[in-house]
Write a protein that binds this ligand. Structure first.
Ligand code: PHB
Length: 386
């Protein structure tokens, strides 16, 4: 006999019945809104929200509601901050973060609670390496990628002796390791790796050391406020005209207004550049600049925008029902994202496979010079999903 539901039972069934999707998706931003990476966090949130607004405020029919936590780029507060979003706010999706050390804590908490995490920046190699997990994705890069791309170019340019310099935490170590791998494969040698603790900016003693070593080229990873100061100090020390300074593109992305003259002519490698020949990028930059006239449409804004696109690709595959986690995650892994940076795919480890551009600073832009490495995939060494 056919079962007929009436009254309260029917209402309950409609509200909670199998497959009934709730009308909203809760997105939790765990990002730095203070400290040296504050501007990066803001740009990521702006980019994410801009994509959602372009879709009329909904993804796959679901209203998007936001929760946010300032992670201060502080790894020791990472677990508590992650659990504020996961346990207190009960978010469906996590978006975060910028700093690799904080991202390690966030990825661990997300995996333990089986929440889908899209990392819109932090490049920690372990997250798409030995700790890779089916619930974790990046819309950004692994720290190895831009370093490797820049190492290829530095060797091609005929440099033989390099010094690397960065903050002494995962991102700096992994970025300079990527550079070293490609540079030494191309016949060069990294003769010294200089570091200072994050987020310190007392560069003077290290600049003196560079001057005495006299390498052919200096490769660096710095970002945000620290990148501004490093580029200014390198020029002020008189090194800029003597020893070419190259880097992961974060060195000059979103920072040019503050760096001014000191950044002119610097060459870096990144998965984005200003003035790419693609219609989607033109539209992205126009919209972003209209919405945020005081902010540059930088790589961080693009990564936020694309994190929202990845979520949309997953949610569309499940008609907005984010409780169908496996199906949603498979769809994200199989997506091709039409990004302002150019189309990219996602590896089994959850990391973008994408072109890396060589860029040169001219005025307020990182102008594309050429593709340094096409379709570069993170090796994702030790990832069991590969
Ligand atoms: C990182 O910690 O992985 C990181 C931070 C800032 C960047 C890039 C990477 O711009």
């Amino acid at each position: 006999m056919k079962k007929v539901l009436t009254g309260t039972a029917l209402a309950l069934s409609l509200a909670f019945g199998a497959g009934a999707a709730s009308a909203e998706v809760k997105v939790g931003f765990m990002l730095p809104y203070s400290g040296t990476y504050a501007q990066l966090g803001e740009a990521i949130e702006n980019g994410f929200k801009m994509y959602v607004e372009e879709q009329g405020g909904k993804l796959a029919g679901q209203e998007v509601t936001y929760f946010r936590v300032d992670d201060e780029s502080n790894p020791s507060k990472g677990p508590d901050n992650a659990n504020r979003l996961i346990k207190r706010d009960n978010v469906d999706i996590l978006i975060g973060t910028v700093h690799s050390g904080v991202a390690m804590a966030l990825a661990k908490a997300a995996t333990e609670s089986d929440v889908t995490l899209i990392i819109p920046n932090a490049g920690a190699v372990a997250i798409t390496g030995p700790l890779c997990s089916k619930n974790v994705f990046r819309s950004s890069f692994s720290n190895w990628q831009p370093g490797y791309a820049m190492g290829v170019v530095a060797a091609e340019d005929g440099h033989k002796k390099a010094v690397t310099i960065s903050w002494n935490y995962a991102a700096g170590k992994e970025s300079t390791d990527g550079f070293k791998e490609a540079f030494e494969k191309g016949g060069g040698e990294v003769v010294e790796h200089l570091t200072l603790p994050f987020p310190q900016v007392e560069f003077q003693p290290l600049l003196t050391e560079i001057a005495s070593i006299k390498p052919d080229v200096v490769y660096t990873f710095f970002a945000g406020g620290g990148a501004v100061k490093f580029v200014q100090d390198y020029a002020a020390a008189g090194l800029k005209d003597q020893i070419p300074l190259v880097g992961a593109g974060f060195l000059t992305d979103g920072t040019l207004k503050a760096q001014g003259e000191s950044a002119q002519g610097l060459r870096t490698a990144l998965h984005y550049a200003d003035g790419l020949d693609n219609e989607l990028d033109k539209k992205f930059r126009e919209n972003y600049s209209e919405k945020y006239p005081d902010l540059p449409p930088d790589v961080y804004a693009v990564q936020g925008y694309d994190a929202a696109q990845m979520l949309a690709a997953g949610m569309e595959a499940v008609d907005g029902d984010v409780s169908k986690k496996d199906q949603m995650r498979d769809a994200i892994r199989n997506a091709t994202i039409k990004s302002p940076r150019g189309d990219f795919t996602i590896s089994k480890s959850g990391n973008p496979v994408q072109d890396f551009y060589l860029r040169e600073v001219k005025g307020m832009d990182n102008v594309p010079v050429k593709i340094a490495v096409e379709d570069l995939a993170d090796p994702s060494r030790g990832c069991k999903l590969m």
